[in-house]
Design a protein around this ligand. Structure first.
Ligand code: ADP
Length: 203
């Protein structure tokens, strides 16, 4: 049995759709004591024909967020499975949260099992570049939600209304702003700089 009461040290990658959270998260997740957790990937890994998989698609294909309780339940179950299978150990790993929390309610719901040590805010000012990144990604990945300009617009709207205010829930002292309009390697350098010495003595 896994210990369901454990708390995970976390780094939160924060920013709008297309800001590069996923790209940075995958690289950081390759560091031995870090594990990348993308809520979008967790949802996409659901069987499309299952009730849960269908429910996810009914939201994501419209650019809408999955309801808070359901999101946190699915993500927590995924974490529990990782712990059970030995892929995640709260004594050793720092979790890289990518895509969660996305609402103020989710901030509360994840509190019992997360300890957010640092928030990396990937800031993109260049709106045209963002729309281009999303459109490019639709072709590469299994992302119907990136293919339709109306859905992209909706996701940006939902981000601005629901998710952007989440940053105010965190103490400014733990928030590091990174210019995400730069090429990925330059963003990675700045993300790493914002973390070294700020998360744990071993990072
Ligand atoms: P992006 O960051 O590019 O918008 P994600 O891969 O993070 O996309 O998420 C894809 C979809 O999964 C979202 O549009 C949403 O429907 C759903 N989703 C992911 N994370 C959450 C979350 N924390 N809360 C609600 N819905 C979520």
């Amino acid at each position: 049995m896994s210990d369901n009461t454990q708390t995970f040290s976390c780094i939160l990658l924060f920013g709008g759709p297309g800001c590069g959270k996923g790209t940075q998260g995958v690289v950081l997740g390759a560091v031995p004591n870090m594990v990348h957790l993308s809520s979008g990937d967790v949802f996409r890994s659901l069987d499309k024909d299952s009730d849960l998989g269908k429910e996810f698609l009914s939201y994501s294909t419209k650019g809408l967020l999955v309801p808070d309780e359901l999101t946190v339940r699915v993500v927590k179950q995924h974490l529990d499975k990782m712990v059970e299978s030995g892929k995640l150990d709260s004594d050793y790993h720092t979790l890289i949260l990518d895509g969660i929390p996305r609402t103020k309610e989710q901030v509360k719901l994840i509190e019992p099992f997360t300890d957010i040590k640092r928030v990396v805010y990937l800031m993109m000012e260049d709106r045209d570049a963002l729309v281009q990144r999303l459109a490019g990604r639709a072709q590469k990945a299994n992302r119907p939600d990136d293919a339709d300009p109306d859905v992209i617009r909706k996701r940006i709207e939902v981000y601005e209304a629901e998710t952007a205010p989440v940053i105010d829930e965190y103490n400014k002292k733990i928030v590091a702003k990174v210019n995400a309009d730069q090429p990925p390697l330059a963003v990675l350098r700045d993300v790493a700089d914002s973390l070294v010495g700020h998360v744990s003595p071993t990072l």
